[in-house]
Design a protein around this ligand. Structure first.
Ligand SMILES: [Zn+2]
Length: 265
């Protein structure tokens, strides 16, 4: 194989232009945090023991990166030892929300257990939530060059046949073009994942999914993120707690943890 010159060997790195950045820290209002721990307390009171429960983290549609509330869905008949989320269950909860509210992640409790990490079962639930949340919430995060090794350029009409027979990708234009670069929009979304414990600890991750509109190239990633509490002054009123207690009674079917199950995932 021969090259005409060294210059033919050079390839510019694919261009990528950042359009927007997805959240890097988890922002949560003091109210939402207090509510999450109130659910754990109520679960202990109503169901008699520290059990696993899960809920959704909620945002205002206009500020999807800030968790302002925690919502309790009706738990499906759980497996004996773990909660399992379904896409249908998440969709049903979202559809019942006021139009300005959006699910931006999920939260669950490990009760009294000192297992301060996400388990394999949690990861499976997490994937379900990420798929659903990012289907509703995606923004253009980048323009990324689609590298085409053998681009055939031709003129619309007269030059089509020749250009269509050549190359790995054909671009037909209405005026002669010698060089072209193609950049696709990459859409990205995120969702939050929380695990909390009765002792007051929290652990949180942000999960990301991006997809190129043309290539369909999909990337999943996650990061453990710091928590930023946003003070609102809003507190849980006696009436809020009463409503919450009813929800804990009627919607949650908490299940006891079996530690070995968690560790093994
Ligand atoms: Zn868990």
């Amino acid at each position: 194989m021969r090259f005409k010159s060294l210059k033919d060997l050079e390839r510019d790195a694919p261009r990528e232009i950042v359009l927007a950045t997805l959240p890097q820290v988890v922002r949560l209002t003091d109210f939402a945090k207090a509510k999450a721990f109130a659910v754990s307390r109520l679960v202990r009171r109503v169901h008699g023991q520290a059990f696993e429960w899960y809920g959704f983290t909620l945002a205002q549609r206009s500020r999807p990166e800030i968790i302002v509330d925690v919502g309790l869905p009706t738990h499906a008949e759980n497996q004996e030892t773990y909660v399992s989320l379904s896409a249908e269950g998440i969709a049903a909860y979202q559809e019942a929300l006021p139009p300005d509210r959006l699910i931006n992640g999920w939260i669950h409790s490990h009760g009294k257990l000192e297992f301060r990490d996400f388990s394999g079962i949690d990861a499976a639930n997490q994937a379900t939530v990420l798929d659903y949340v990012t289907s509703l919430l995606k923004i253009p995060v980048a323009k990324k060059e689609v590298v085409i090794r053998d681009l055939a350029l031709g003129l619309l009409g007269e030059g089509e046949a020749e250009a269509l027979a050549a190359g790995s990708v054909t671009l037909l234009t209405d005026a002669p073009v010698r060089r072209a670069r193609l950049l696709e929009t990459v859409y990205g979304g995120f969702c939050y994942a929380f695990v909390i414990g009765d002792a007051g600890w929290t652990r949180q991750e942000i999960h990301y999914k991006t997809r190129g509109v043309l290539t369909g190239e999909t990337h999943l990633s996650k990061r453990e993120a710091d928590l930023e509490i946003i003070p609102t002054g809003r507190i849980l009123t006696p009436s809020d707690l009463e409503t919450l207690e009813t929800e804990v009674k009627e919607r949650l079917r908490p299940v006891a943890y079996i530690p070995e199950k968690l560790e093994r995932g």
